[in-house]
Design a protein around this ligand. Structure first.
Ligand code: IPE
Ligand code: IPE
Ligand code: MG
Length: 259
């Protein structure tokens, strides 16, 4: 766990100016970082604010972290924005989250272009409210040619749900006679997942808020990911905290089952 005390200078203030050691870290940055953006509600409660205030503050962290990831030369950033299980939340909170998503897509469209970022969305998108779906479609189509970085938003996403829809898609191919059951291997499976749009497995999974659980995130994909748990809530997570997590990653020794 990244504790504020352990990394006082970096974890104190989410809105510090960019530091100069970005370039020197480039050699050891993960290719793909995935984040469970947790703790918006608790951040708000501690301040006597509403949960929607917390989500609004969380959207600022999304902007800051996306910029930092791009600067660090990370190839893909996957953000867990709304889980399939989050539909169980009060309707007003759910509506507020999708309004924030539309606002984010509207305000960031130019920035994504400027930064050469390709946007993709992973999840059961048919469940999303129409304005959110339309805004997503527009920005996804608009940025599909960019190769600077992939920003993947997980929306109505669940790792189990992804595995179920992939199994169903493969079964349909078998039924149609275009796929032999024996040809179903790891690659076929991976290609059938929503996450195939990203192109590589996450190297680093970060979760904020101090919770240390996976909450149905990237169950297939994170088989060999490194996990970093940050003690701060998501609205407090900015460039310095992201850099601290990447530094922690760079110190890990990955073995992938070998010696
Ligand atoms: C993360 O913050 C945002 C979403 C899951 C959409 P939470 O809303 O889960 O905040 P906490 O965990 O209740 O503090
Ligand atoms: C995980 O956070 C989902 C997202 C960050 C979108 P939750 O707040 O929904 O997870 P639990 O309920 O603490 O496991
Ligand atoms: Mg939560």
């Amino acid at each position: 766990m990244l504790h504020p005390e352990a990394t006082a200078s970096v974890l104190g203030n989410a809105h510090m100016p960019p530091s100069s050691n970005l370039a020197t870290q480039a050699a050891r940055v993960p290719r793909h970082v995935a984040i469970i953006m947790d703790g918006n509600g608790r951040w708000a409660k501690k301040r006597g604010l509403s949960r929607s205030d917390g989500h609004r503050a969380g959207a600022e962290s999304v902007r800051a972290v996306t910029r930092t990831a791009r600067k660090l030369g990370i190839e893909a950033l996957t953000l867990y924005a709304f889980s399939e299980q989050n539909w169980a939340r009060p309707q007003a909170e759910v509506q507020g989250l999708f309004t924030l998503l539309v606002d984010f897509l509207t305000s960031e469209r130019q920035e994504l272009h400027k930064q050469h970022i390709r946007l993709v969305a992973l999840g059961n998108l048919a469940r999303l409210p129409l304005p959110a779906r339309l805004a997503l479609q527009a920005v996804i189509a608009d940025t599909r040619h960019h190769r600077g970085m992939t920003l993947a938003l997980c929306l109505s996403y669940g790792g189990r749900e992804d595995l179920v829809q992939a199994a169903r898609a493969l079964a349909e191919q078998v039924k149609a006679g275009t796929l032999e059951p024996a040809a179903i291997d790891e690659r076929a499976m991976a290609n059938a997942l929503w996450t195939s749009q990203v192109g590589c497995d996450p190297d680093l999974v970060i979760r904020t808020s101090g919770e240390q659980r996976v909450s149905n995130f990237l169950l297939w994909d994170a088989a060999y990911a490194e996990f970093v748990f940050a003690a701060c809530d998501w609205p407090e997570f900015g460039e310095p905290q992201f850099q601290a997590a990447v530094t922690e990653f760079s110190r890990r020794q990955r073995r992938f089952g070998a010696v």
